[in-house]
Write a protein that binds this ligand. Structure first.
Ligand SMILES: [Zn+2]
Length: 130
């Protein structure tokens, strides 16, 4: 067994010996690992991604935007599938089912529009600050 790696006292948290600071409660935007705070301005994860507070803020925001755009795309795809299904139900004489699925498509489109509006307005605010 290698010495100096994870060999602290029994009272110490597991892995506390080989961490680069104190746990911050934030996740690394690059690998998803715990970010350890080394100083007021510097963070690092276990695998060695090092970020300043500002870089962490920017990358975290980029990850959030990507997740929200993924949600917009998924909702729009869902709406497209449901509209197609609604039309098929209508052609097969299933008016009630067509109506239900049509309303679900509208709800998905509405949710996508709400998220898109948030993303667009935040981007416009950022442009005005710059
Ligand atoms: Zn990382």
């Amino acid at each position: 067994m290698a010495s100096g790696q994870g060999a602290g006292s029994p009272d110490e948290p597991v892995g506390a010996q080989d961490t680069p600071g104190s746990p911050s409660g934030l996740t690394c935007p690059q690998c998803g690992g715990v970010m350890w705070q080394q100083s007021d301005e510097d963070f690092s994860c276990r695998v060695g991604h090092r970020l300043s507070f500002e870089e962490l803020m920017i990358q975290q925001y980029t990850s959030l935007q990507n997740a929200l755009w993924l949600a917009v795309r998924s909702l729009e795809e869902r709406a497209a599938i449901q509209r197609h299904l609604s039309t098929r139900h209508k052609h097969l004489g299933r008016a009630e089912l067509a109506s239900v699925v049509g309303r679900q498509a509208e709800a998905a489109t509405h949710a996508a529009d709400l998220i898109r509006d948030v993303l667009t307005s935040v981007a416009e605010e950022s442009d005005q600050e710059a």
